[in-house]
Write a protein that binds this ligand. Structure first.
Ligand SMILES: Nc1ncnc2c1ncn2[C@@H]1O[C@H](COP(=O)(O)OP(=O)(O)O)[C@@H](O)[C@H]1O
Length: 330
């Protein structure tokens, strides 16, 4: 893991903080404890740690579900959001990804006019209006793309919208349960057709294709971030994006793509696909015991990235697909 050369830059990663000022509880299946108040403390510790690192992260990727849906029930959504965002006042710049819990608390319109809209800080913010996706380049030859995994969804879309109707039809075609959060089957890939997941519209896939084609041309290295994972071997399939295979094919068709980072599955996961793309699903802070943590710093080098994980998050070396270092074995 030790590298003699200094990294080109570094960035922080953290997922599923799901803060709420309520007592500890359990997930729906009652298999995992959730530490709603303590998640804020773990976020504070992560930020403190990033702030004292030798190579301070240029930015933080926050993979979504920053506040828990329970806040809505207690009319505490804005208070909880203000509380977590206050912590980020002391951190490097943050790129916020949107997850299902953002939509349990806020409408899409409210999110667009909130601090969670990191896209509004980007120059190219106006090239797509109907989904929350954007890209940025923090250093020459490196690009990051933030995707909207709830572009097709029945949470966060107005019932009157085409996207809502299209999403409802897709869900109902695969899930005949009255409660659409209840999976249609108990194992396998079809489990993903639940209301708490979503997908990517054709417009967003076209936009992504265009961004990645340009990155290929420029010989950039691209990391893509989304709340929902897109590789079945990087997650419990119940957490996959509905049209994960379309995104996966697109990523694999572009040589610029090196890494896909997601949240949502609090157990985390990792898989390197046949094209050499690393699929990292981050362990969720909300299900992390108080004495541990779940965040990381990714150090970016010419030929690889190195993830230094904390607590439940493992260290990993992530060589670039087709890189010289990989051919020579790292
Ligand atoms: N098997 C299930 N049947 C019915 N509802 C479920 C099921 N699993 C989850 N849910 C509901 O779906 C929503 C999201 O589930 P949850 O486990 O809280 O997701 P997250 O990991 O995003 O917090 C919650 O409202 C939860 O009650």
């Amino acid at each position: 893991m030790e590298d003699c050369e200094p990294p080109l830059f570094a960035f922080g990663i953290i997922a599923d903080v799901q803060y709420a000022d309520i007592d500890d509880g359990l997930n729906f299946k009652q298999t995992r404890k959730r530490y709603y108040r303590n998640s804020l403390k773990l976020l504070q510790k992560a930020i403190d740690s990033w702030n004292v690192e030798n190579v301070k992260p240029n930015f933080i990727l926050q993979l979504g579900d920053i506040v828990d849906g329970f806040n809505k029930k207690y009319d505490a959504s804005q208070r909880a959001l203000d509380t977590v965002l206050r912590e980020f006042n002391h951190s490097p710049a943050v790129h916020h990804v949107w997850g299902n819990h953002e939509f349990y608390n806020f409408t899409r319109g409210a999110l667009l006019s909130s601090v969670l809209n990191s896209k509004s800080n980007q120059q190219r913010s106006s090239d797509n209006d109907d989904f929350y996706a954007y890209h940025f380049s923090p250093a020459p030859n490196f690009r990051f793309v933030v995707l909207d995994a709830y572009d097709l969804s029945i949470i966060g879309r107005e019932e009157s919208s085409d996207k809502y109707q299209q999403s409802l039809k897709l869900l109902k075609d695969h899930n005949s349960n009255e409660d659409l959060n209840h999976p249609p089957v108990f194992s396998g890939l079809e489990q993903r057709f639940v209301k708490f997941n979503g997908g990517f519209s054709q417009d967003q896939l076209q936009w992504l294709d265009h961004v990645l084609s340009k990155a290929d041309e420029m010989q950039e290295k691209v990391t893509v971030a989304s709340h929902l994972p897109v590789h079945p071997l990087s997650t419990d399939p119940i957490c996959l994006a509905w049209n994960y295979s379309e995104v996966l094919s697109l990523l694999q068709a572009h040589r610029s793509v090196i890494c896909f980072i997601a949240g949502h599955d609090h157990d985390g996961g990792y898989h390197r696909d046949d094209s050499g793309i690393h699929h990292l699903t981050l362990e969720g802070v909300i299900e992390t015991p108080p004495q541990s943590n779940a965040f990381g710093t990714v150090y970016v080098y010419e030929e690889r990235m190195v993830l230094k994980g904390n607590g439940r998050m493992a260290d990993r070396v992530l060589p670039y697909p087709r890189s010289l270092a990989e051919q020579c074995s790292i």
